[in-house]
Design a protein around this ligand. Sequence first.
Ligand SMILES: [Zn+2]
Length: 417
Amino acid sequence: MSKPLERPRHKNPILRTRLPTLPPGGRSRFALGLTAAAACGRLELQFCRDCGAVQYPAREACHCCLSDRFAWRPVDGAGELLADTRIHISQELFFRERAPWRMGLVRLDCGATVVAHLHEDCPAAPARVRVVAGLDRAGQAVLAALPGEGETAMSDDPLLRELTCDPRFRKVLVTDGKTAVGQAIINRLVESGADIIWVGYSEPWKKFPGFDRLKAIPQVKLMPLDVTDSVAVRELAAEIGFRTDILINTAEFHRAHGIAERAGVEVARAEMDVNYFGLLRLAQEFGPVMRSRGADGTNGAVAWVNLLSIFALSNYPPHGTFSASKAAALSLAQCLRAEMPPAGIRVINLFPGPIDDEWNQLILPPKLAPAALATSVVNALRDGIEDVYPGDVAQDWFQRWRDNPKALERELAAHQF
Ligand SMILES: [Zn+2]
């Protein structure tokens, strides 16, 4: 049976930090469709557009009619465990370090038969299970089978825990605790059992709303931090970087205007300085030290979370310069994501729609409550999701952007939100 997640033992400082090993990361271009869906927390399989046959693994030509026209469609992961085994020997370093490893063959109700990692709570075959798609430490999709009924946490299984970044017992840095979003995320991290939450706040000479409440929370440690100050970021990284398991960058500068409504570049520059250069400064100072701790298992660095915006995908003209700064941050986050996986650290990007705060007051509802955004951050960490579109507006906008980016650009130009 699985054992619930336990508080990790202190790392022995005499022992050398292990070098990270990763599961094999090579996939064909066709198989990346599975990864793209798993990054959003969905299980999708390849279907033939001509005869409807489901394909697994992904192929270049349909196994029934040889058509090369495919579509990726979400499927229900329910299925029957046909056979299970425990692998003790592997040629791969990653699996050798973690053997034995439980695997099974599952026939999904949609027709495909897949190989999946088996949660320890799954009974022996034959049994009903449900298959979910997750991302492994190399950032590639893998399938995991959980017991068919009831809530099962992936993090309760020591091997499937590798697919998640549960904040429980972890040390987390939230870069800006002054905002409503920052404070909502801190509350959820406290509820989720985070060990230490370092909370950055700029302009430490003045108190901000909620300062005293945060100061009274035992797990919270308030740290002066201004992400526009390279020296301050470097000093904080030197102080806590080697212990930071999860970094959540909530620092954001947001003003509502496009190009014509405001003269000069000062406000746009301030947006870039926080939203883009702030991320760059954090990545340069915290990135290397977190990468060096990517293999320490329960004592290791696991995740980096960026608060982006759905405006990063397509410019929303009433918030035009803010959208541009978030688009720049998205591009940089993709670079960070490419550099982090060699250490097994997951970069999670959040794309919320308009948040219910003072800078979006002229946007009509529905708007995303900071508490709902905070819940989606913790869920993404627990489920190992990489791209998060919290709330109805973000989901709708993302869908429209995927269907036809040009049509969305036109709609937004006419301010049809
Ligand atoms: Zn076909």
